[in-house]
Design a binder for this molecule. Structure first.
Ligand SMILES: *Cc1c(COP(=O)(O)O)cnc(C)c1O
Length: 336
């Protein structure tokens, strides 16, 4: 596991300590604990993300403030974020949807002004860059996921980047029930636990998969980026179709999801399905789930409302050939 942590940090050129965890969700939960969030604190999160981003906040009675998304990227809408800030706000969690980095300069400007912690959910964004900086070197906390369908997989697994060695030491204890394993391995251990921890460490079996996967990461990213580009060239001018996260010159997309917004979505899903092309939504707006009902403010998410029945995720993975993508595009270009 140590070897995977080190190799991961070296390969991504990360400047801060990294901790491997049993899942990306574990890493996020650790970030929430390490940044000192407590019951009653308010945290701003995107309304559109994997539920894993937001469920760990419920473990601690933290008040979720859902922010709307930008219509062109489905990333955090910062105008709404600014309006959600109150004296109780403690953190902003941003998700780089599909692999396109959020507006990190603006997020940090808001965070600095109000003394908020920025936590990046980079489950989609391994290898992405914002203004030249790799995602993982920008905020105090960044989380990656190695779940089965992410760029790099360890079956299940995650990684957390923490701000400094002191935080990393505490994080390593909390990752293992609260036990200082390095003291234990030194041959003497007084058996005390002073802080409640979890069982969130990555197994060596998963880490071995991760190490092997790292050898392929560049190739995985290159393949995904090439397929993504073919989609963009072919679908750019299709009437009734908008590509999500297109045309950013100051940031580099990790190309995890290829998302479009279309008129008459169900008709397109049916048309694709008829020729055995799968499409889907992957994530659903979180305010639709009953567990978050206390935090829903209807009418607060106009961009999400407008996209809810329009967004669609097209096939994008490393077993696809250029011709497969051409076939998806041909089918779409024929109309639906
Ligand atoms: C996959 C994912 C997670 C959760 O990661 P796990 O490794 O499955 O726990 C969190 N956030 C987002 C946006 C994800 O896509």
């Amino acid at each position: 596991m140590d070897q995977f942590e080190q190799q991961f940090a070296r390969q991504l050129e990360l400047n801060h300590p990294t901790l491997a965890t049993g899942a990306g969700t574990d890493a996020l939960h650790l970030a929430y604990v390490l940044s000192g969030l407590q019951a009653g604190d308010e945290v701003i999160v995107p309304v559109f993300t994997c539920t894993a981003t937001n469920i760990p906040l419920l473990y601690h009675g933290i008040e979720i403030r859902f922010a709307d998304i930008q219509p062109d990227t489905m990333n955090l809408d910062l105008d709404h974020v600014r309006r959600l800030i109150s004296p109780k706000t403690k953190a902003i969690v941003c998700v780089h949807y599909g692999g396109l980095p959020c507006d990190m300069d603006e997020i940090h400007e808001i965070a600095d002004r109000h003394e908020l912690t920025v936590i990046e959910d980079a489950a989609h964004a391994i290898g992405a860059r914002y203004k030249g900086q790799i995602i993982g070197n920008i905020s105090p906390y960044t989380m990656y996921s190695f779940q089965a369908i992410k760029h790099l997989t360890t079956g299940d697994g995650g990684m957390l980047v923490v701000p400094d060695e002191e935080t990393a030491e505490r994080a390593r204890r909390i990752r293992w029930f609260g036990i200082d394993r390095s003291a234990k391995q030194g041959g003497y251990w007084d058996n005390d636990i002073v802080e409640v921890g979890y069982k969130y460490q990555m197994t060596d079996i998963a880490a071995a998969m991760g190490l092997a996967g790292l050898n392929e990461l560049d190739e995985i990213l290159a393949t995904r980026r090439r397929l993504f580009q073919i989609y963009c060239e072919r679908l750019r001018d299709v009437p009734g179709l908008q590509i999500i996260g297109l045309d950013h010159t100051d940031r580099e997309h990790a190309c995890w999801l290829y998302t479009v917004a279309v008129d008459r979505r169900q008709a397109l899903i049916d048309k694709l399905r008829a020729v055995h092309i799968e499409s889907g939504r992957v994530h659903y707006r979180n305010d639709r789930y009953s567990i978050f009902k206390d935090y829903v403010r209807p009418g607060d998410y106009p961009h999400m409302d407008a996209l809810e029945d329009r967004y669609l995720v097209l096939p994008l993975h490393t077993r696809l050939s250029d011709e497969d993508v051409e076939r998806v595009c041909d089918t779409i270009q024929n109309g639906w």
